[in-house]
Design a protein around this ligand. Structure first.
Ligand SMILES: N[C@@H](CCC(=O)N[C@@H](CS)C(=O)NCC(=O)O)C(=O)O
Length: 219
């Protein structure tokens, strides 16, 4: 087995794949590919040019969701993270999709992109779009997650799954963008986020992400 993840550490989709690999205890290497400066060969493994992509020997895959499902099926001896029954697996996929297609446009592509990425590329932050995401778009999404989590520690089957990693991955970009979940308004979701960030997998990645952000801010 020789696993290579292609992408950049601050992408929530790359982070999701790396967290899954770490939690499963699968060795991998990260090859840095920046979405705004991709080498020509990259389209061969990621036809849409997006990060992450994965290479496992001769197999090349794109899309974080496809990659995570592949890893789960290919390495069944590693800790299962996509649920233990058809019902659980469906719920994990739903919440992963919710994170990737509902949270991401707000937490990552509105807040993080405007506050961190665009200024780093010499472009201006659209603070109006950030405020709209924070005040209008994100609260109903958080309400749903707060209710869905209920009294459980983890979203599905009360054990760690990809759903937890996908949701936390998006919340990390919100945090990198200078915003915190309001713990008064969403106490369970905030506690869940703290629980995921305290895991050795997440805290290891966050340490290096904070160093990268500090370096970017110093430029
Ligand atoms: N559905 C994709 C989304 C990946 C994605 O949008 N990645 C962004 C970076 S966070 C990207 O590569 N953007 C560059 C582009 O779209 O050209 C996945 O889950 O892998």
């Amino acid at each position: 087995m020789s696993l290579t993840v292609f992408g950049a550490p601050l992408s929530p989709f790359v982070r999701k794949v790396r967290l899954l690999l770490l939690e499963k205890g699968l060795d991998y290497q990260l090859e840095i590919v920046l979405p705004f400066n991709k080498p020509n060969w990259y389209s061969e493994i990621s036809p849409l040019g997006r990060i992450p992509a994965l290479k496992d020997g001769d197999t090349a895959l794109a899309d974080s969701s496809v990659i995570c499902q592949y890893l789960e099926e290919k390495y069944p001896e590693a800790l299962p993270l996509l649920g233990n029954s058809p019902e659980q697996r469906a719920k994990v996929r739903w919440l992963e999709k919710y994170a990737d297609y509902e949270l991401a446009p707000q937490s990552t592509f509105a807040v993080f992109r405007n506050r961190i990425l665009l200024p780093m590329l010499g472009q201006s932050c659209n603070e109006e779009a950030v405020q709209k995401a924070l005040s209008e778009k994100l609260p109903p999404l958080f309400n749903y997650l707060e209710e869905t989590l209920g009294e459980q520690e983890y979203f599905v089957g009360n054990q760690l799954t990809l759903a937890d990693l996908a949701i936390a991955s998006q919340l990390i970009n919100l945090q990198h963008g200078g915003e915190q979940l309001d713990a008064q308004r969403w106490p369970r979701l905030s506690a869940h986020f703290a629980r995921i960030k305290a895991r050795p997998s997440t805290s290891a990645l966050l340490e290096s992400e904070h160093r990268a952000l500090a370096k970017m801010a110093g430029k």
